[in-house]
Design a protein around this ligand. Structure first.
Ligand SMILES: NC(=O)c1ccc[n+]([C@@H]2O[C@H](COP(=O)([O-])OP(=O)(O)OC[C@H]3O[C@@H](n4cnc5c(N)ncnc54)[C@H](OP(=O)(O)O)[C@@H]3O)[C@@H](O)[C@H]2O)c1
Length: 341
């Protein structure tokens, strides 16, 4: 197949490119050409910025593809632009959405693709995807657009940093290496589905061209949820270190620094576990095959090679919060016998 990826050098999209090339497909990507890692030489690059909609649509106006995967569509306006850019000249359009369309608040565990679309509270990311998905599905219903919606869970791999639970900083890898304790929100037992990008790439590639997926939504998730505790411990083990986890109430962290820790409320502070059964029925031979430890090690290697591990000595806040939490029990008087401090 002759396949277009809008995006193509990102975390998930580079893995899709690899999976497509392994299958012998011809791959074109559309990016600004800014990513630190260029695409493989056999990939054709169309350079441009999709936010310049007229130029983006003009670039694709002369092109025809058996399939296209839109990896950087975040709003109904983006989705409408992709439809105009490829109108009538694509055999299958796959739209990369997200499980963040479902919440927070999330309606329950192992929800399938019929779960309520509650993802309205995260600065617009979930709501934008909900609107884009709705527009595309309406175009399928009204005019037969051959579109499939794919909703990945948390996906990681070379191409972007490895994330932790409490904030969007990269110095936690350095904290682990320096044997510093790590802050965790709540009891660290909220569950997530951590999906290696290589496995996500295989799934996208495997469903391309499948007409029974037109007008359908598929969750693309790791089938075995992990707690954030287990995630932090698995990363520590991949680095060959042991770590002490220090637990803090989520609201306390947000009260200390609402910007730094605000992602807990909008995303990583919630249990997020979705059903992958529909995709498993479509692709019985697919399931996540990359061990977490392997994918973590590859991602940390990528971070090291690209200077993406910040120096934790440049930040004092985490150590100050941990020191305060450890001191707190001794400051509280119990039945008149504690030290009031
Ligand atoms: N990672 C997750 O946990 C996760 C989970 C669920 C869903 N998703 C979805 O996955 C998608 C992200 O895929 P990814 O991991 O491949 O992306 P990524 O790592 O964010 O990379 C973005 C790609 O798009 C290109 N790009 C960015 N802005 C562009 C623009 N304005 N015009 C043209 N090209 C542009 C980048 O190359 P240049 O910089 O060179 O342009 C790069 O190739 C998003 O739709 C996201 O919602 C991700």
């Amino acid at each position: 197949m002759n396949v277009l990826i809008i995006g193509g050098t990102g975390t998930i999209s580079r893995a899709i490119v690899q999976a497509l090339l392994r299958r012998g497909h011809t791959v074109t990507i559309f990016t600004r050409g800014q990513h630190a890692d260029p695409p493989p030489p056999e990939v054709r690059l169309l350079r441009g910025d999709r936010r310049d909609r007229p130029a983006f649509e003009a670039t694709l106006a002369a092109e025809r593809f058996d399939a296209a995967i839109d990896m950087i569509s975040f709003s109904a306006e983006d989705a409408a632009s992709t439809m105009r850019a490829l109108a009538g000249r694509v055999g299958h359009l796959v739209h990369c959405s997200t499980v963040m369309t479902y919440g927070p608040p999330f309606a329950g565990l192992f929800q399938d693709e019929h779960a309520p679309l509650n993802g309205q509270h995260d600065g617009g990311y979930g709501a934008g995807k909900v609107a884009a998905d709705a527009l595309l599905l309406r175009a399928h219903a009204e005019s037969g657009l051959p579109v499939t919606i794919v909703k990945p869970s948390f996906t990681f791999g070379p191409g972007s940093p490895l994330w932790r639970q409490v904030d969007w900083r990269t110095d936690w890898i350095d904290r682990l290496r320096k044997r510093k304790p790590l802050l965790v929100a709540g009891d660290g037992l909220n569950l997530f589905q951590f999906l290696p990008a290589a496995d996500a790439g295989e799934a996208f590639a495997a469903l391309l061209g499948r007409s029974e997926t037109f007008g359908e939504i598929y969750n693309l998730v790791h089938l075995e949820p992990l707690t954030w505790d287990a995630w932090h411990q698995t990363v520590a083990a991949a680095l060959g270190v042991e770590t002490a986890l220090v637990y803090a109430p989520q609201d306390l962290l947000v009260a200390v620094d609402a910007v730094r820790y605000g992602g807990l409320r909008s995303n990583f502070g919630h249990t997020q576990v979705f059903s992958g059964a529909k995709l498993a029925r479509l692709l019985p031979d697919w399931q996540p095959a990359t061990a977490h430890a392997t994918a973590i090690a590859a991602t940390v290697d990528w971070m090291d090679q690209h200077g993406k591990v910040a120096n934790s000595d440049d930040d004092q806040l985490e150590d100050r919060i941990i020191a305060a939490l450890r001191e707190l029990p001794g400051r509280i008087t119990v039945g008149g016998h504690g030290s009031p401090g």
